[in-house]
Design a binder for this molecule. Sequence first.
Ligand code: ADP
Ligand code: MG
Length: 315
Amino acid sequence: ATPAATMVGSTISATNGVLFKGADVLEKARGIDTVVFDKTGTLTHGEMELTDVVVLDQPATDGGVAERVDDADPVGAPPVDESLVLGAAASAESGSEHPLAEAIVDAARERGVAVAEAEEFENVPGHGVRAESEYGETLVGNRKLMADNGIDPEPAAAEMERLESEGKTAMLVAVDDRLVGVVATADTVRESAKETVAELRERGLGVVMLTGDNARTASAVAKEVGIDPDNVRAEVLPEDKADEVDDLQADGSRVMMVGDGVNDAPALTTAHIGVAIGSGTDVAIESADVTLMRDDPADVLKAIRLSEATLSKVR
Ligand code: ADP
Ligand code: MG
């Protein structure tokens, strides 16, 4: 953009809380027909709170948890209780900066559950974490993480489904190759999300949700904000978010992608217009064409309206 054009963009941003990286962005935003929202931190506040700690009461199997719990042998594994599930999970997560990790660690500290030092921490993007601590070798994450490590997530299926249908993110916890429990976090939908989706749809725009979270949780949140279940893309790995946007654009759509996370950066760049939530990560803001300074999804509409108004004035 020319310096003059950039001026137009930044002038507009100053009064509306919507920051455009140049006037050409305003022009480009005009042809948008689809808005893709990231879920966590974009449609929701992204401030997770731990809501549930489930201790798995498994039937006795050879070497299984229940057998060890009932076992009088003092050198056996410790009995599984809430402190073990939360403590092991928090210790493993203490090496992660993921919002889910922070919620788990904060809850453990608040409840006075010991958070042990983690070693050999490994982050498995889009799936969870693995680490060693006093609690043992611990895995915290989704079904895929467990399955990939030879742990059958099936005994937790009913609990996982119950929590997910409430819109919560449920994570499995395994210690020393045994499934010991489930922890769940809840997030709240941003106030203006529902009305924003409604108005976008009224304007004839397609509205899509893109998330790494599981399908059941994603559907519960989509329902809450009024996004069509057919337009929910769940369990999308960080590296695949951009491909989802690419696919939509290959079908002829002009996509505005709205996101906040490191995960969203490539998708923000790939989209016709990338929009970052102002409190989002620096990488997201750098990758975007537009930044919403007030973190308000309703400002997506403002950006679209501004682009239309500005162009009609120029013409
Ligand atoms: P989002 O798109 O919601 O930010 P991510 O791609 O970061 O999601 O993660 C997708 C899923 O992987 C999460 O819903 C969770 O089940 C699992 N996961 C990711 N990071 C962690 C973590 N640090 N601890 C536990 N589970 C995790
Ligand atoms: Mg996000």
